[in-house]
Design a binder for this molecule. Structure first.
Ligand code: FDA
Length: 392
């Protein structure tokens, strides 16, 4: 292993490889140090194995951060169309699933192969199964690895977040930031299923497998997508999205019948003398098991013709504003990403260099920028990696 490089990148994931190839194209000698047996393990399992590699509708509003403006510069500099051009150049077949989400037709391995080829052409050296035990700095950065020391002028930390530890996730990047005096915004699992309290699990646990289109609102943010009941709580895109905004002790308000005016409908059926039970009417819009269970929990169902105004209002409120107070989340084992991370106030939004430590860069998920579900996290990895790659 050549012990002296212009640039060392710790972490052979999406952001690290993008940064490495860009730096390599500029003629910098680059080594990527990955502690796992292979690169991009998260890319390989992403999008159900098909990698939702970007989102054509990417906007700064699709990201959470203590500083919502931080992501703007990189996102404007490297757009979904830029990544798509590379995908097309490599003749990788893809499709738009929904809402601008682009997936591989075949497999996420296509994206990994593309990154590998781009890195090879740019002369990037990738060292896998190479653990960095510590980093010191004496003018240049010195990485102490199982295969000996590597010296570099610039150090890029692209170690990702804490989710799915079996893919190689470690807190190494956060520790390194702290070692060099950078603040780290406390981390928490995001895009993660939420768990029921014991009482709610008893009430709703039997609905595992039932899904419905809902709106889920927490902390003033609303998502309209599918929700799924699990044995332990709630999941599905609407809940994963809401989970990124959710904090312990707070509630999630769920509209189980978005776009339906249930009160008006029940009143209309009552005036028409409809003898159908309320749950039959509701189950025209919701899975039967869910409607049945709701009425079972709430004193049973009665024919529409017999409902009082109070009953109509209570049923309507129950379905349109079901308030759940989750007990917690399923944690990093099930989270798609980590919210929090290296404080953006410490970094240049243009170069990703630490303001107080020249030559030290942080890119990708290790930074306190977290995307919504739908290809935004990879777009952040590409955009931040690309931007830093122009300067390292
Ligand atoms: P990433 O985690 O990709 O890479 C970090 C690398 O650093 C890893 O290879 C790791 O082994 C290595 N590393 C860590 N510590 C190290 C150390 N001490 N020394 C050396 N190497 C070290 N996003 C999206 O946009 N679309 C999608 O479809 C999905 N799907 C998806 C599914 C699942 C199951 C998960 C868990 C996540 C997603 N994501 C996603 C999120 C996406 O995978 C994630 O945001 C990016 O991979 C982040 O890229 P990074 O390069 O920052 O980290």
């Amino acid at each position: 292993m050549n012990p002296s490089r212009d640039v060392a990148v710790i972490g052979g994931g999406a952001a690290g490889l993008m940064c490495a190839m860009e730096a390599g194209k500029r003629g910098r000698s680059v080594v990527v140090v990955e502690h796992g047996p292979r690169i991009c393990r998260k890319v390989l399992i992403s999008g159900g194995g098909r990698c939702n590699f970007t989102n054509l509708q990417t906007r700064p509003e699709n990201f959470l951060s203590a500083n919502p403006h931080f992501a703007k510069s990189a996102l404007a500099r490297y757009r979904p169309e830029d990544f798509l051009r590379m995908v097309e150049r490599h003749a990788i077949p893809y499709h738009e699933k929904t809402l601008g989400q682009l997936f591989c037709d075949r497999s996420a391995a296509d994206i990994v192969g593309m990154l590998e080829r781009e890195c090879a052409v740019a002369g990037v050296r990738i060292e896998t199964t190479c653990e960095v035990s510590n980093v010191t700095r004496n003018g240049r950065f010195e990485l102490h690895t199982a295969r000996g020391a590597i010296e570099a002028e610039s150090l890029v930390v692209a170690t990702g977040g804490l989710s799915i530890p079996k893919t190689g996730a470690t807190p190494f990047g956060y520790r390194l930031a702290e070692q060099f005096g950078l603040k780290v915004v406390p981390c928490r699992p995001a895009l993660v299923p939420l768990t029921f309290s014991r009482a709610d699990r008893e009430k709703y646990g039997e609905l595992a497998g039932v899904s419905a289109l809902v709106t889920a609102e927490t902390a003033g943010t609303v998502f309209r997508e599918k929700m799924l009941f699990t044995h332990r709580g709630l999941s599905g895109p609407a809940i994963l999205q809401a989970s990124s905004y959710w904090g312990p002790e707070s509630e999630i308000a769920i509209d189980l019948l978005p776009g339906v005016d249930l009160a008006a409908l029940l009143r209309e059926r009552r005036e028409a003398g409809d003898r159908s039970e309320a749950r039959t009417i509701v189950s025209r819009f919701l899975p039967r098991r869910l409607a049945d269970r709701w009425f079972e929990i709430h004193n049973g169902s009665r024919p529409a013709a017999m409902l009082s105004d109070r009953e109509v209002d209570a049923i309507s409120a129950g379905f349109h504003r079901w308030t759940v107070k989750p007990a917690g989340t399923e944690g990093y084992e099930k989270a798609e990403v980590t919210a929090g991370g290296v404080d953006t106030a410490e970094l240049s939004s243009k170069t990703f260099e630490a303001k107080q430590v020249p030559g030290l860069y942080f890119v990708g998920e290790v930074v306190d920028v977290t995307g919504h579900l739908g290809g935004f996290n990879f777009q952040w990895a590409w955009a931040s990696g690309y931007s830093a790659g122009q300067y390292v």
